[in-house]
Design a binder for this molecule. Sequence first.
Ligand code: AMP
Length: 583
Amino acid sequence: MENFDVSDMSNALKESTGNESTLPTEAASAAREKGWTTPERYDYEKYTATVAPLGPSHNNGEESLPEWAAQAAKYEWRDDYGDVGPENPALEEQLYRGEYINRTGLKIGNLQNIEVIAESRERPSPVKSFDEAGLHPIIRENIRLCKYEVPTPIQAYTIPAVLTGHDLIAISQTEKGSGKTAAFLIPVLSQLMGKAKKLAAPRPNVADGYDRTIHAVTAEPLVLIVAPTRELSTQIFDEARRLCYRSMLRPCVVYGGASVREQQEDLEKGCDILIATPGRLLDFMNKAKLLSLRRVKYTIIDEADELLLSDWEPDFRRIMSGGDVNEDADHRYMMFSATFDKGCRQMARRFLAADHVRVRIGRPGSTHLNVDQNIIYVDPAMKNQCLYDLIIAMPPSRTLVFVNSKSQADFVDDYLYNNKLPSTSIHSDRNQIEREDALRAFRTARCPILVATGVSARGLDIKNVMHVINYDLPRAQHGGITEYVHRIGRTARIGNEGLATSFYNHDHDSELAPDLVKLLLETNQKIPDFLDSYIPADRVVKFEDDTDEENEEKDNDGDDADDAWGGASESEDAPAADSKWEF
Ligand code: AMP
């Protein structure tokens, strides 16, 4: 599965939509001729088995259920290692040189131009290089192994802010490949690496032979990272495995849907960095022998707005305060969020120190210059045919197809499969092992076409997604343009180019049209004729959510809304609201 030149793909697209359609039945062999791999039949038995999944390593290499993402290999520390553990070439190969690890693309320059605004009472100076950031030598070396040459804009601000002991809120309307995960992991891990021996809980020498009945410990993490989706949490775990290499910091991930027993057994081997989805975390917090948050020094909430939306708010206080047992007087908090709406502002006020640093990352438009966006008018009855023609016209490449409902995901997946295209699908009615396997099949290009609902694909970071197709555009009331931006952000990650094609029709999509046209204008895309009437007369782009609301007067609880910010320095430091998002 290669990277293709996006201009080739765009040309193929134009040719395809100008062509007479071929009937899929007649064209069944076309997929092979065009170079698409043979589709795989869905193996129902494999997923209805009641046993926990076993990887080939547990099964003499025979075909078996895939391994849970939480079971992925990590560096196991021994007490006699001194300050840095010895190299482990096999693990290094897996962590840093695996074929499917996302690589920085050629367009990293565009990414470096993303506008970042940092605000705080003391404005942090951004770091220009990892060398000047004063990082611990182990993490510096791991960054090198990751091949990260320069900090991304968000990292340039978060690294010094966290290293100087500030709480942080980062507002990024697009979580598209901005390097956000490393932005919190690098400074936090760097700070802990020098002190881990002193701070971390005792743990068994796993590499020396481990017997659960004798050696199991209570997990007492130093860092707690909460993320809304299972996929996002396993991606954070993967990044943590890379950045913790050769250090004693042991990352673990726990999330719903996957085997409780295996996650428990992993925690019992010791855990310094705990990455968790909220439901499973709360379950485990109720088992005092298994997990204690008393040592937590850093709590990081990723996609805080998503968590608040999903009604986790009542549990937040418990999670944020370390389950009422936290002993660290100097507990640091970091929040990452796509919006800074009322719920997030309240959380920030409640938990973040008054001198916290606030970083805003430029509007999505500016970060999506790498995506070539095409909107084509498709009659709803012709969507399948059009999808088929579109895919078959493209050189084979990883293609993500978005639909708006679970049943539609199954339906479109079946349609493609029946037309001999190698597709798979993911949505929230699938069990966790099916979801992980679908993602693995997509990542490894066994099934290079993935049909997904927007929710299930949130935050996915997959190498070489060349084409995102909005079979259904997001509804204006359900995510709207923000969801569109999230979706097209699945391609063109970290400086790569990408193509997004959306099927539009006036019956279903006209409510989205005004914002869609604004985004197309903002990102210098061609506006198709059928959307002409939505072009603002002065062609000036202004989004409703551009307002900077943190200056609201009084909050419900009667607090001064600015209490986290203080008066004079706030107005001096913070640029006028409308200057923040203009281009
Ligand atoms: P994220 O925004 O955290 O989902 O990161 C997206 C991708 O960027 C991941 O594949 C990271 O491995 C990669 N990445 C993070 N930081 C850097 C950097 N400084 N330079 C190049 N790639 C990076």
